[in-house]
Design a protein. Structure first.
Length: 153
């Protein structure tokens, strides 16, 4: 901000965003940018996601009552997340759920901010189109059948 700007109390708007996972406020240049494939490949992400308030009911019914509809819902939650065409800006805490190169993820975040949210890291978009078929099926199986088990039993 220029001296004159300061003198007259003119504030430049600082762009802000939110962590795509926990909704924590992120200020300009904060956070890490991940692709949908990187997000859905993390078992830890699913262990958190499947015990959130919106998903906990299905997870409890899946493990305790062996409820087939609840299991199906967990599969649908996986698919809906995996097909998201977005860049995942995540905070310092949430990045710990992912085994990724954090320096790279930081660099992608800086480009994301610089482009005002238009930038997508390489291999962004629908995870089904990006991941190997076996990898996709393996993580889908984990998310649907096993994720969150530790927090239920
Ligand atoms: Zn977060």
């Amino acid at each position: 901000m220029s001296f004159i700007g300061k003198l007259f109390g003119k504030k430049e708007k600082t762009p802000v965003s939110q962590c795509k996972i926990c909704k924590t406020l992120l200020e300009y240049n904060e956070g890490y940018a991940l692709t949908t494939s990187e997000v859905v490949s993390s078992k830890e992400y699913w262990d958190h996601k499947m015990v959130e308030p919106e998903t906990l009911g299905y997870t409890t019914a899946h493990f305790k009552q062996k409820d087939a509809n609840a299991t199906k819902m967990r599969g649908i939650i996986f698919e809906k997340t995996a097909e998201k065409d977005q860049t995942w800006l995540v905070c310092d805490t949430c990045i710990k759920q992912f085994e990724v190169d954090t320096n790279e993820a930081k660099k992608h975040a800086l480009q994301w901010w610089e482009s005002k949210g238009d930038y997508n890291p390489p291999k962004s978009g629908d995870a089904k189109a990006v991941l190997e078929k076996d990898t996709y099926e393996e993580i889908k199986e984990y998310a649907t059948m096993l994720a969150g088990a530790n927090k239920i039993r």
